[in-house]
Ligand binder design. Structure first.
Ligand code: ADP
Ligand code: MG
Length: 354
């Protein structure tokens, strides 16, 4: 009996050794697609099949079922549809948790990040105009500005009215049910891509055959695992003054989230003035805080995306304080071309010499 037990346990070890001796080759797959209104690029290192299509499906499901305010039936669309009706809308536990976190960031950023400014975002309509121009020009949304023709620049009175509907703290909550006041429109555009990266990481962690990945969803990037050749990931930081080039790069190993918010991503130009897509909820106008872009490095995708937007609105000084409060690293490219970063960021960032 004893002998039997010994050989019984010896067998799986031998099989395992044999398997690892054969060693499944790690293959590299790349994909470029669009989802969530932005470009998605993937690089996967896997011993299994090409699963880039699964990642794309995960993103379009997230958009359809949860985050899009334009797709009727998504959780956010339902919340918006019930604004001002007195009817609470029950949402998934995950979205309830996200809204709770967003409430905290709203408070901690003094309202600089306010996902309840959907009416104001619609009024400015910068995303749509910036995108129309890409389509007209047959280009990818890579930072080219929008056309001015047909663009209606909002007036003071319209801005004031749109702002009167916003204010995250006006949202009522009962368990996982939420009630928005009349006219309020939730727009999770500032955090959607980071949330998507969080979901992708959770999914990748269940795919034992996937060894490493670098996935970018617009301005939010996820690095995962360890590349087969053992080298680190290099994540470029765009030069906001020359968007086809890089100002530097982050050297990362393992799982990280990097989000960048910049005034060059989506904008329209009217009479030579640039109106970009990151709005200051305090003024109702595109934020002017002395920064051209903010890059956040974090262990949480939603936080990295939320704080890149919030820090862009707040500017360098207050932005740094917010980054410190959340334990993330931040890099600001300032309007005068200088770079300012948290102490911890220096370990990861290398400036590109031009
Ligand atoms: P991107 O979507 O280009 O990565 P951001 O993450 O900075 O950029 O998010 C910008 C989007 O968030 C805008 O297109 C708009 O939908 C929304 N938004 C703009 N300003 C704010 C703000 N102050 N707070 C919350 N959401 C905002
Ligand atoms: Mg953001």
């Amino acid at each position: 009996m004893k002998r039997f037990t010994a050989s019984f346990f010896a067998l799986p070890t031998a099989v395992l050794l044999l398997l690892s001796g054969c060693g499944n080759a790690v293959k590299e797959y790349e994909a470029v697609d669009t989802a969530m209104g932005t470009v998605v690029t993937q690089k996967l290192y896997t011993e299994g099949d090409n699963v880039t299509g699964d990642v794309e499906r995960l993103l379009s499901d997230l958009e359809k079922t949860k985050l899009s305010r334009r797709i009727a039936g998504s959780e956010v669309a339902k919340l918006n549809a019930n604004a001002g009706t007195g009817t609470y809308t029950e949402v998934s536990g995950e979205l309830a948790e996200t809204l709770q976190e967003l409430s905290g960031i709203y408070e901690d950023s003094d309202g600089a990040l306010d996902v309840s400014i959907g009416a104001l975002v619609s009024l400015w309509d910068i995303d749509a105009h910036a995108q129309e121009s890409y389509e007209d020009a047959g280009e990818q949304p890579d930072g080219t500005g929008g056309k001015t023709e047909g663009y209606h620049l909002p007036g003071e009175a319209e801005i004031k009215e749109a702002l009167s509907y916003s204010g995250f703290s006006k949202i009522e909550r009962k368990d996982n049910s939420f009630l928005l006041p009349e006219g309020m429109v939730l727009d999770l555009g500032a955090v959607g891509k980071g949330l998507a990266c969080d979901d992708i990481l959770a999914w990748l962690e269940e795919q034992a055959e996937v060894k490493a990945a670098v996935i970018s969803v617009g301005g939010s990037i996820l690095t995962y695992g360890e590349k087969p050749d053992g080298t680190a990931f290099k994540v470029a930081v765009t030069d906001p003054f020359d968007t086809g080039t890089y100002r530097g790069y982050l050297t990362l190993t393992g799982n990280w989230f990097v989000s960048t918010s910049g005034d060059y991503e989506r904008f329209v130009e009217v009479d030579g003035k640039r109106y970009h897509h990151i709005l200051n909820p305090a003024t109702g106008y595109p934020a002017e805080s002395g920064v051209k872009s903010v890059t956040i490095l974090s262990k949480n995708g939603m936080i990295s995306d939320a704080l890149s937007t919030a820090c862009f609105v707040l500017g360098e000084e207050k932005g740094r304080l917010l980054a410190e409060k959340y334990g993330v690293e931040a890099l600001f490219i300032l309007e005068d071309g200088n770079i300012s970063m948290t102490e911890g960021m220096q370990e990861y960032f290398t400036e590109q010499t031009k």
